[in-house]
Design a protein around this ligand. Structure first.
Ligand code: ADP
Length: 170
């Protein structure tokens, strides 16, 4: 059984086995969570991301997939980088968003991580509506077959926290 916790705060401050980065496919940094993780985590994370680009992901990390690095100076052991889909009003990309959560948990299982902190993937720069993003996050984690004991959703502001809290009660 996986326990789901909610906290409001900054994911880079979370003590957990792994924190998940809402990355972009370049793996070379960006804004939002990605920028904060590289800023606070220091250059070791970016160096590993560059190595992944040079080896396994020459064309970038595909949307919906996940890959882990160490966590540099962060109070976590690993960062799991996943690329959520950009929101589209013309195309249903929900499966890709669910895949980001599922593949991140799979990566966590490979590492032996027991506690994993997630941001609300795709709900920032990628434009996904928070309520639907929260629904997919909660449903996917609840349905996942994983050895992870605690999933912690880390919501940046009160509004996002309340949306997740409502979804969790549902
Ligand atoms: P994406 O490109 O996948 O949309 P973002 O990083 O832009 O990713 O945003 C994802 C979510 O994370 C948004 O809801 C945003 O408000 C939130 N967020 C931004 N910075 C942080 C942070 N340091 N810790 C936790 N959540 C954050």
């Amino acid at each position: 059984m996986t326990t789901i916790e909610l906290v409001q705060g900054d994911i880079t401050r979370q003590t957990a086995d792994a924190i998940v980065n809402a990355a972009n496919s370049s793996l070379l940094g960006g804004g939002g969570v990605d920028g904060a993780i590289h800023r606070r985590g220091g250059p070791a994370i970016l160096a590993e991301c560059r190595a992944l680009r040079a080896s396994r992901y020459g064309k970038g990390l595909p949307t919906g997939q996940a890959v882990a690095t160490t966590a540099g100076d962060l109070p976590a052991r690993w960062v799991i980088h996943t690329v959520g889909p950009v929101w589209s009003r013309d195309e249903d990309r929900s499966d890709l968003l669910a895949s980001s959560y599922r593949e991140s948990l799979r990566a966590a299982d490979e590492l032996g991580a027991r506690t994993v902190a997630f941001p609300a993937i795709s709900t920032g720069i990628y434009g996904w509506p928070m309520d639907d993003g929260a629904r997919i996050a909660v449903e996917t984690v609840r349905a996942a077959e994983t050895q992870v004991e605690e999933v912690r959703f880390v919501l940046f502001d009160t509004a996002a926290y309340e949306v997740f809290a409502r979804r969790l009660e549902a």
